[in-house]
Design a protein around this ligand. Sequence first.
Ligand code: UD1
Length: 386
Amino acid sequence: MNDPKVKIMSVVGARPNFTKIAPLARELGRFPEQFEHILVHTGQHYDATMSDSFFRDLSIPRPDVDLEIGSGSHAEQVGRTMIAFEKIVQERRPDWVIVVGDVNATCACSITAKKEHVKLAHIEAGLRSFDLDMPEEINRMVTDRLSDLLFTTDALADANLLKEGVPESRIRRVGNIMIDTLEQQRARAAALDPRTICEAQVLPGLCAPVPPLRDNAFAVMTLHRPSNVDHAEVMKPLVEFLTQDAAPLMPLIWPVHPRTRKQLEAHGLWQDLVSCPGLILTQPLGYHDMLRLTMGARVMFTDSGGLQEECCVLGTPCLTLRWNTERPVTLAEHGGVSVLVGNDIQQVRAEFRKAAKRPRVEHRPLLWDGRTAERIVACLREITQG
Ligand code: UD1
């Protein structure tokens, strides 16, 4: 007898995927008579701090399948994921594969799904930096080109897709699913204390006591893009700015990505950071800890896409350490709080001074209301019932 349920296989691989899949898994779980949800983790991120803690903290169901791909070059990650995912698709025969975001897992599983003639949906479609030096831009373009259903965050993303010739009937503007997670979790994050977070997470071996951290009187920094961290000539002036200009002005908390730490050590810059008073280096933080720090930060320095969006909704002035963004809706010229400063230290310094004086102004783009997963699942119900 045929199973009347629609089989949805969703994919996560790396840290930014987890906050997007949590609300989807919860919402699909409300319709057990209609959907069977199979969650696949490709294992691109595997450290406890980069992966496990998010499953626990966001109550994401245990993955049904873990492909255990691990680290490697892009071709290795994408190739290994495609080979392993193909077997799973052939075994489980999903009706739909749903991918989120723009990491290597997103692109690898999209190609595999389509070659197996499985319908493909992409959550966070249509974002474009127009910078093909970013691996994520390639992942986004390939995924969107192959998707049957494209769930977008905002009108600028719709416009990108229409310009590329995607038929309007495939595009559904649903808002930002990551903001669903933010809204579901913000009360729990608000109850945390920044200093206690830092005391618990400060890197072993750093012995300076964590100073008192009052809201709006500390800065936060994250950095992991290859274009920033892989080049000593980019990192050196940035480290000088952080240690000589920023940290002396206000405590600066920096949860260090594993890739970034390796590169800082390789460039011989790690000791400068470790010995800088006012600079608090921590492990990669869990979701609630990071959200709490973002809520209280006077200024955020980041090259992360997700943080640009979270800062926008929380009103935290955000200096984006990139020359472009695929998320222009978060920029000041669109009403947001983010300013592109690239890696030009003069510009970083000037914008830091301005941002440190800027009041918090929350900006919530249309449909970034915490109900995106509901809209996505309503759409899937309509399409799969029809
Ligand atoms: C990936 C995504 C990026 C996303 C970022 C968030 C791609 C192309 N890039 O970049 O879009 O913003 O995740 O973190 O998919 N490592 C560990 N432990 C882990 C994971 C990684 O130590 O759990 C180290 C490994 O040395 C690895 C390096 O970090 O080689 C980079 O990891 P990788 O998954 O290749 O890319 P990210 O830089 O994390």
